[in-house]
Design a protein around this ligand. Sequence first.
Ligand code: C2E
Ligand code: MG
Ligand code: MG
Ligand code: MG
Length: 285
Amino acid sequence: SAKQTGKNRYHFFDINQSKDIQSTHEVIESIRRGIEQDEFVLYYQPKVNMQTGTVIGCEALIRWQHPDRGLLLPGEFLPVINKHPISLVLGDWVINNALSQMTDWQTVDLDLPVSVNIDAYQLQDQNFVTKLSEALALHPTVPPHLLELEILETNGLADMMQVLATMQACIDIGVSFALDDFGTGFSSLTYLKRLPASMLKIDQSFVRDMLVDLDDRAIVMGVISLASAFHLEVIAEGVESIEHGSQLMSMGCMLAQGYGIARPMPAEDIPLWNIQWVPDAAWLN
Ligand code: C2E
Ligand code: MG
Ligand code: MG
Ligand code: MG
């Protein structure tokens, strides 16, 4: 089946593939059913400060526990529902589920900041702020400042005025913003100037190759300088090794996320990981 062979598995929902053909309509119906059947799940990947050795938060990453296909990654189903109204339903589910997870973690005295990915289409939803307020009201013990929204696809923000208004309304509630995959959208600098974000996330493609590719290294350094010039925080994604971590720290980027620190994990593993994490000695000297 598609699940067993890595190659086919990736293309399962690619409607252009001759095998395992599923129309977009069928995928949307199965996602609708999946939401009803509680098949979606959020994994969490820690973010740390390499210099102080503290866990600064974690990012919620969606997975689909598909009854026949196993655990699917977002790249296997989100592109199919891009800009379809069902993506708003799923997006609302993600925010509500992350907030109830944060409420659960409070029972073990864990008040960890959580970031949730949202795409440009969600940000242009007229009801976004209302739904976010309602979600926060349903989880009254979670302080809104513990919630961060990572904006994706910033080159697809059509109605800039509306996006700005939406972001400002969210900030007024206490929620903050990060610009995800920073450096990959071709209008990044315009957005950097206009969007009220507090954090830049250096895209993992630049970080991964910065040890061997001088251009990527230059981009990483450039993003770190930009963040500093705009008084924003900066975090590196895709930190896979101690070498990456040390280099980033020497460039002035102390915040990191990546397989070298922790892979995304089920929510129930986070409290113990949070207690047990010890940064590599190389980062702390
Ligand atoms: P992202 O927001 O940039 O998230 C980081 C992705 O990189 C995650 O993949 C994570 O597992 C992976 N990653 C983390 N550290 C490393 C590393 O050291 N090396 C490598 N090679 N990869 C690393 P994942 O979970 O497959 O998510 C992919 C993308 O799907 C996310 O990229 C985000 O754009 C999107 N996404 C995930 N969850 C959601 C969601 O709830 N809503 C929306 N709209 N998009 C989501
Ligand atoms: Mg993200
Ligand atoms: Mg990213
Ligand atoms: Mg990414």
